[in-house]
Design a protein around this ligand. Structure first.
Ligand SMILES: C[S@@+](CC[C@H](N)C(=O)[O-])C[C@H]1O[C@@H](n2cnc3c(N)ncnc32)[C@H](O)[C@@H]1O
Ligand SMILES: Nc1nc2[nH]cc(C(=O)O)c2c(=O)[nH]1
Ligand code: SF4
Ligand SMILES: [Mg+2]
Length: 245
């Protein structure tokens, strides 16, 4: 019997199986657990329904067991990778959920901006750290970011992922990569047509995003920055701004 009252986890949505659309695990069948609430407010966030506190009524308090039952239902009880995202999932008590899933053979990836560190980072299989560039309007606390790396210790595979809209963001990405030369770095062209929070399938300017992707590829190759990987948001190319994919 669980005697310790677990703090509930605020959940915006649980969806999948779909494919991981971004970064180091791109293409991998994944169930997403998206938590509600974020300590940032990026100007171009494509997930405001899980960020803007005006929508907090839609963030359901759930126990780790209740979340787990839904992951098992969606995955047909077949172990796969569960991506913990948000908002900022790092502000939620996700340790017990990870423990539960590992007992049943599932793996866990975390998507976070690196502003808040938790001890359960050391239990993750993959940690994607996505510091925010100048176009986001956010300032990076590199001390907090370093603590995320310290808390992760040596279990998770760790990768940097930086969204790039313009030259300033590109320079920020280069500086971030130089700060952590041992981490793989993924560059992601920004979606300048992110959905408003109350529209779960808003029009997206795919051509504009692909133009930015081509610009970014040219930048990286002309600079001979051969360690960087340039990847689109694959799920956006497939399904536009649709939510829950
Ligand atoms: C919605 S965030 C949630 C997790 C965490 N808050 C973070 O930012 O890493 C997941 C990923 O989507 C990226 N993202 C958000 N809005 C985007 C946009 N308009 N274009 C491209 N990527 C975007 C973020 O930079 C992050 O890498
Ligand atoms: N398919 C898919 N891949 C993703 N990778 C990161 C996502 C996110 O919103 O954190 C995301 C998402 O929302 N959908
Ligand atoms: S940190 Fe992530 S979830 Fe939060 S506002 Fe920025 S992109 Fe959106
Ligand atoms: Mg997304």
């Amino acid at each position: 019997m669980n005697t310790t009252r677990e703090t509930p986890i605020r959940v915006s949505e649980i969806f999948g199986p779909t494919i991981q659309g971004e970064g180091i695990l791109i293409g991998l069948p994944t169930v997403f657990v998206r938590t509600g609430g974020c300590d940032y407010r990026c100007s171009w966030c494509d997930t405001l329904h899980a960020v803007d506190s005006a929508y907090r009524e839609q963030w359901h308090p759930m126990s780790a067991d209740e979340i787990w039952l839904e992951v098992v239902r969606l995955s047909g009880n077949r172990p796969l990778t569960v991506s913990l995202s948000g908002g900022n999932p790092a502000i939620q008590p996700l340790g017990p959920l990870i423990e539960r899933g590992h007992r049943e053979g599932y793996r866990f990836a975390l998507e976070t901006q690196g502003s808040v560190a938790k001890d359960w980072f050391a239990d993750l299989d993959v940690l994607v750290l996505s510091p925010k560039p100048p176009s986001s309007g956010m300032a990076t606390d590199w001390g907090a970011f370093d603590t995320c790396l310290e808390m992760a210790a040596d279990r998770p595979q760790i990768a940097l992922k930086v969204v790039v809209f313009d030259d300033l963001d590109y320079a920020y990405a280069r500086a971030a990569a130089a700060r952590y030369p041992d981490l793989p770095v993924y560059l992601q062209p920004g979606n300048h047509t992110p959905p408003p929070p109350d529209d779960d399938d808003a029009r997206v300017d795919i051509d504009g995003i692909l133009d930015r992707m081509l610009w970014l590829v040219d930048k990286v190759t002309e600079d001979r920055w051969f360690e960087a990987r340039v990847l689109p948001q694959l799920h956006v190319l497939l399904w536009g701004n649709k939510r829950g994919v």
